[in-house]
Design a protein around this ligand. Sequence first.
Ligand code: AHR
Length: 617
Amino acid sequence: MCFEDINYGADGGLYAELVQNRDFEYTKGEGREAGWGPTYAWEVEGDGMSMDIETADPIHQNNRHYASLDVVKPGAALVNSGFDGIVLTKGEKYTVSFFARLSGGKQRHDGRSSAAIKLGLRDKNGRMLAEKKFKVSSGKWKQYSAVLRAGESADEAVLVVEPMTAGGYDVDMVSLFPERTFRGRKNGLRADLAQAIADIRPRFVRFPGGCVAHGQGLDNIYRWKNTIGPLYSRKPMNNLWGYHQTMGLGFFEYFQFCEDIGAEPLPVIAAGVPCQNTNAVQGELLGGGQQGGIPMDEMDEYIQDILDLVDYANADPRTNKWAKMRAESGHPAPFNLKYLGIGNEDQITDVFAERFKMIYEAVKKRHPEITVIGTVGPFYEGTDYEEGWRLADSLALPMVDEHYYNSPGWFIYNQDFYDRYDRNKSKVYLGEYAAHLPGRPNNVETALAEAVYLTSVERNGDVVSMASYAPLLAKKGHTQWNPDMIYFDNKEVTPTVGYYVQQLFASNSGDEYLPADVKTDNNRKDVRSRIASSVVRDGNTGDVIVKLVSMLPLEVNATINLPEGINDDSATLYVMSGNPSDKAVKPVESTISVSGKTIYKMPPYSLSVIRIKGGAK
Ligand code: AHR
């Protein structure tokens, strides 16, 4: 599984925070929506109160902006509109929290040493659905929090911050979280979206990107250390995809999520260079394709950060300071990190190669137990692919990350792509792939082309160790990239046809490829390439799994000759089929009898998975 914070995948997406720009840290930036800045998503309603954004005395230097409210006459409020509104469910609990302090001296509060602020949730008709009054009594930053229960459901509610007393207030980190997050984690993930990912049963999760990992210029390289620890101390940053990352979903949360869904964590760290399409190098706009690198005199520190990440994930908290931070966040046990991606489809320049080698050698020396995954460019051919492989060969890398987004035809006609690979070279992680059609839909045609190709990936399991479709998530109305695997809005999660293909393959993977004897009743080459199959055995259960894909418009008879001893009159059959342009097709489950020789009718445009109970070896 490949998670990237693209298409509002993290803030406004998987990360369950309901307040947008809770930290007043939004900044203007290239490609960003007009009007973005520290007050984005906030508005002062009513008279008698003004808001300034200050930076003089923040809660933490990493989070410098805060709202300074001057209340001449109570009655006005500071209102947050969430991410396209806040969805509330009647009866559900929500934790509201904020940092505040009195400002401007006691006389600003009519001589009183305390004042009150009301926080509430209001629906679009102006009805308050829940509220709570807080006494703010200190001139020092202090966190306040309470649990609110929504009196009614609402789709487009807002959060209202209403000072009840005249005077000055500083406010920051205004947050609203549903209590019902995935697995009930604090600072957790949106339950329905996280569950949709868990339901795929991914063996691993790659994070935080994609291009987000290496960023838009050197200053925008994703630094994992900025994403851990108390939320107020994390360092927010522009997102290369044109929005903002609070880093609330940080490396601790990614590791925790992986553990919660039984997936291996696969963090990707920039190889000391920013995105190959970067147009900001050391603060200057140099145009697309230009690439700089972290200055050599900063590389030791950068490499140390990478070594520290392995310690953060795996070391003993009693002896390692990064592991101690992990324990303080609530996870004393190691996260058992095994893989580390270095680089993301970078241009393989000398600048890249020099830095990559330094990082790789350092990780190999200090952590030989970690499988380092290199990168071989954004395509299945071309200079970066060739140079990337040359570098991998020269370093004898354990694994490389390949990316390619191609037409369905490419996937159909290149089923022998990995058959041609040298078995003695680095293993392959197919980290990003998807079938792209004009208009970029995710439909039966693209999904079946991916299924056809995945049968060849299974056949080449001795070369391709892992594969992940990309991108994973996309918020409707906020997409920078199509197609994606799961679309969502604030209320609903809409898995695509491609999602179900991924789910069927991931939940029916095997660890032994059985030489398949699947014959079809038409052997013309052009017809044959639109039909694919694979047979694997799952070592844990002993189940034998047959996958059959047809991209033909008519029913096709497939004769399946199973290895001796495999008979089952109640094998499970999952079938998904539809017209090539259909976008809402799901697998249907039933049972089927199979014997040594089974004639199976493949429906037009279909993926069929037959799972035969284990025991037979
Ligand atoms: O998956 C979307 C983007 O495609 C990724 O960020 C990048 O690695 C690739 O170009």
